[in-house]
Design a protein around this ligand. Structure first.
Ligand code: ATP
Length: 432
């Protein structure tokens, strides 16, 4: 398993993730995704969206705003209950989350203050006047945008319960102790789905969604041995949940949460009904009965999942007394699928290489690279996890064939240019 330092340094060197505002010294625990990282994260989000929304016939997608009526956060309980216990060292004045440390300061071993509840929501003002009445919050979860749109989606999609609403978007939490690279940050992206069901079916769906989520992480390519589930104890469950189970990943520093599956009961819809005065109950035509749906929620972080995928794909291998670093991403989410590499900048090779690039670019995510030696370019593609490299050499001019190199085995085969798209497709499907 790689160390976190190894991952941070590779992420920077190869354009996955950069420190935010780096030229000013860097804003703490805020990160930017570079040219390769943005592709990886986007493909992970697309993979989730496809398996949640496109491949199922019981889930709709939405995209709601980050800013919401502050009444939402009163109703949802976040204004009162979305807080962590903060303690401060009486000597060095560093601040910590009480539930994450022992009884003295982890920095200088001095005494700690008694805990006070610290609300994690970011506050700002809406409009030109900075006064209490204009206070608004950056959402700490995407879920509330789904709950307040429950009726809109229900009526426009003409769904019947059970059905779900999925959303991917930014959330913000003023975490007391962010850290571990992109594992815990103050701005992050969530992928959440709220599944509305009859209260009596909620335990059944809770189990089903844990299973679905586990399988999803395996499908995306994370090794099974690095995944496990963990049931929340009574005192750590979120304020809205009847039961909660985490899916954890074996990160370089140990096991950590990737996703939580919550049974949120009718907590949110009921509170929004009370606060807004709008009816959010559901009438079941088949039983002629009315009820407030229960909600099962699989909630995961896109950034944490990206870190888990990145860490899991990392391999070092000995090749002829040298160490090769290779990221063995599942080709379905690798940032680049095919690299097109002319052996030299010779004009004739460039012309065929462009032809190959144009031939395959609509079928795969491609990158064209004609810099440096071919050995260095292979190493670079291995380090960003490109499953296939296509090399155009001087023989190509005679036999109209090119070389395909497999990232994992490093084996090479010759392929006719006219058949290249089909052969790469087959290779990606069967050889990884
Ligand atoms: P933690 O216990 O790690 O603080 P949480 O239980 O508060 O997380 P949830 O409210 O269940 O997190 O959020 C669902 C998912 O959103 C988490 O599993 C995680 O993947 C992601 N997430 C939550 N907080 C952060 C954060 N500060 N940075 C990055 N991802 C986060």
């Amino acid at each position: 398993m790689p160390t976190l330092e190894t991952l941070v340094s590779l992420a920077k060197r190869r354009g996955f993730i950069f420190q935010n505002s780096e030229i000013y010294g860097g804003l703490g625990s805020v990160w930017d995704f570079g040219p390769i990282g943005v592709e990886l994260k986007r493909r992970i989000k697309d993979f989730w969206w496809t398996s949640m929304v496109h491949n199922r016939n019981d889930i709709e997608g939405i995209d709601s705003s980050i800013l919401m009526d502050p009444a939402v956060w009163e109703a949802s309980g976040h204004l009162k209950g979305f807080s962590d216990p903060l303690v401060e060292c009486t000597e060095c004045h560093k601040r910590f989350r009480e539930d994450q440390i022992e009884s003295t300061c982890p920095e200088c071993d001095s005494e700690l203050s008694s805990p006070r509840q610290f609300n994690l929501m970011f506050k700002t003002f809406m409009g030109p006047v900075e006064e209490e009445a204009a206070t608004i919050y950056l959402r700490p979860e995407t879920a509330q945008g789904i709950f307040v749109n429950f009726n809109n989606v229900l009526t426009t999609s003409r769904r019947k319960i059970p059905f779900g609403i999925a959303q991917i978007g930014k959330s913000f939490r003023n975490e007391i102790t962010p850290g571990n690279f992109i594992f815990r940050t103050r701005e992050f992206e969530q992928m959440e789905m709220e599944y509305f069901c009859h209260p009596e079916d909620s335990d059944k769906f809770f189990k089903e969604w844990i299973e679905f989520s586990m399988n999803w992480f395996k499908e995306i390519g994370i090794q099974e041995k690095n995944l496990k589930t963990r049931i929340h104890t009574d005192d750590e469950r979120p304020h809205y949940a009847k039961s909660a189970t985490d899916i954890e990943y074996n990160f370089p520093w140990g096991w950590g949460e990737l996703e939580t599956i919550n049974n949120r009961t009718d907590y949110d819809l009921k509170n929004h009904m009370e606060k807004s005065g709008r009816d959010l109950s559901y009438f079941d035509e088949s039983t002629k009965s009315r009820f407030i749906p229960y909600v099962i929620e699989p909630a995961m972080g896109a950034d944490r999942t990206t870190l888990a995928v990145f860490s899991d794909a990392y391999h070092e291998e000995k090749v002829n007394d040298e160490t090769r670093t290779v990221l063995k991403f599942n080709p379905k989410i690798s940032p680049i699928e095919v690299a097109v590499l002319p052996l030299s900048r010779n004009e004739k090779l460039a012309s065929i290489s462009n032809k190959v690039f144009n031939l395959i670019k609509s079928s795969f995510r491609c990158q064209f690279d004609d810099t440096q030696s071919i050995g260095k370019r292979y190493r670079r593609q291995d380090e960003i996890g490109t499953p296939i490299c296509v090399t155009i050499d001087f023989d190509t001019l005679d036999d109209n064939s090119i070389t395909i190199r497999n990232r994992n085995t490093m084996k090479q085969i010759r392929v006719e240019v006219d058949k290249v798209t089909q052969i790469i497709k087959e290779h990606l499907e069967t050889q990884f």
